[in-house]
Design a binder for this molecule. Structure first.
Ligand SMILES: Cc1cc2nc3c(=O)[nH]c(=O)nc-3n(C[C@H](O)[C@H](O)[C@H](O)COP(=O)(O)O)c2cc1C
Length: 360
């Protein structure tokens, strides 16, 4: 198939003119074929999701990802329904491509947030942060959207898929943000052979290059989800100091938080080590003491821990406080070395994947 370039020359589809007159490959047939099911599910050109990142995944980054052929996801985080309403409306002004909304299952207004997604005809809702409460999956499906869920174990994954979830994201402990205890490589070996034939499964956590994408696709994944690699894209509104911290960091700087009190279960968070990590340890001790004194119940204690993270992440991302704020980042942070447009990152990932598949 050929398309006519502005200069009048005919070139095969998938090639484009670059400034010095040479040509470079822009089509990725092997990768595209392996991503076909995921791309069809998402309605995007490539089955590459940019995982929702609180404060980072707002209208600018989300629309840039979708416009570049990936799949952007708004991070609702602790937003009120009104704020989410506005964010979706503003994102729609910047892209006509599909994008998703990530809702945290423990949000006290989850059903109202689902209502906002319904009002806007959002096509994909990602339920994160725990097992979806009763009625939430049904409510999303009722207005025609697809539901993506996370599952830490194979048994739970099967249950969620049986009870109406349309797709699964498996996310390993290499990822940035809240994490589970098992590495992506192990989850992929456990889940993909069992589920990938009959279900759409996206793999997340620790993916920094296209070679890794190729490997998971070959294992049966329908696509991948990346966060860390996109957090500092040119279109990301993250503060320059937040981006600089990423560019300076190595994989080993992205540490998982530790739980200090066995009675107070804390979901680990992977972030760049700084004073904020120590403040979190201190905060846990304070909350444990409140629990001891009977001043607060366990649910309130856990809520206070989560609120700590939300506030600390905002301080780092928006205000650039990289000392005491939380610089959530995955272990692939060492592969993030400069600010680049989203489109370039996606093209680079696809080219790396294609070249790896070509060498097989
Ligand atoms: C700064 C940051 C904030 C994040 N916030 C959220 C969030 O609000 N909700 C969520 O489901 N995942 C969140 N994540 C996880 C990402 O959506 C994504 O799954 C993860 O980054 C993928 O792993 P990677 O970081 O190794 O690429 C966050 C990740 C980062 C780096």
């Amino acid at each position: 198939m050929f398309r006519r370039l502005p200069c009048g020359a005919l070139r095969p589809k998938g090639w484009r003119q670059i400034p010095d007159g040479a040509t470079e490959v822009t089509s990725y047939p092997k990768t595209t074929a392996l991503m076909a099911r995921g791309a069809e599910f998402l309605g995007s050109e490539h089955a590459i999701l940019c995982g929702a990142m609180s404060w980072v995944s707002e209208r600018n980054l989300v629309s840039a990802i979708s416009n570049a052929g990936g799949f952007g996801v708004i991070a609702c985080g602790a937003m009120t329904p009104d704020l989410l309403d506005n964010e979706i409306a503003e994102t729609k002004k910047l892209t006509s491509k599909p994008f998703g909304v990530n809702l945290i299952t423990m949000h006290p207004m989850l059903m109202e947030l689902i209502g906002v997604c319904a009002k806007h005809g959002v096509t994909h809702v990602v339920l994160a942060g725990g097992i979806p409460p009763k009625g939430s999956v049904e409510a999303i499906r009722e207005f025609g959207a697809k539901v993506l869920v996370f599952a830490p174990t194979l048994a739970l994954a099967r249950r969620l898929l049986r009870s109406g979830a349309d797709a699964l994201v498996i996310e390993g402990s290499e990822a940035g943000g809240h994490i589970g205890p098992v590495a992506t490589s192990v989850l992929a070996q456990e889940f993909l052979p069992e589920l990938a034939e009959d279900h759409v499964v996206f793999v997340a956590g620790g993916i920094g290059r296209g070679e890794m994408i190729a490997a998971y696709l070959e294992m049966g994944a329908s696509g991948v989800q990346l966060g860390t690699r996109f957090a500092c894209a040119s279109e990301s509104i993250a503060h320059p100091a937040f981006k600089q911290a990423f560019f300076r960091a190595n994989a080993r700087d992205a540490e998982a938080s530790v739980q200090v009190d066995p009675r107070l279960p804390v979901i680990p968070v992977r972030a760049l080590k700084n004073k904020g990590t120590e403040l979190f340890t201190q905060r846990q001790r304070e909350v444990a003491a409140l629990l001891d004194s009977g001043k607060i119940e366990m649910a309130e204690a856990q809520l206070q821990i989560e609120q700590f993270w939300a506030g600390a992440l905002r301080r780092a991302v928006i205000e650039g406080d990289v000392e005491s704020g939380s610089i959530m980042a995955g272990q692939s942070v060492g592969m993030v070395t400069k600010e680049e447009p989203v489109a370039d990152i996606i093209q680079q990932l696809l080219a790396e994947s294609e070249s790896a598949l070509g060498r097989r």
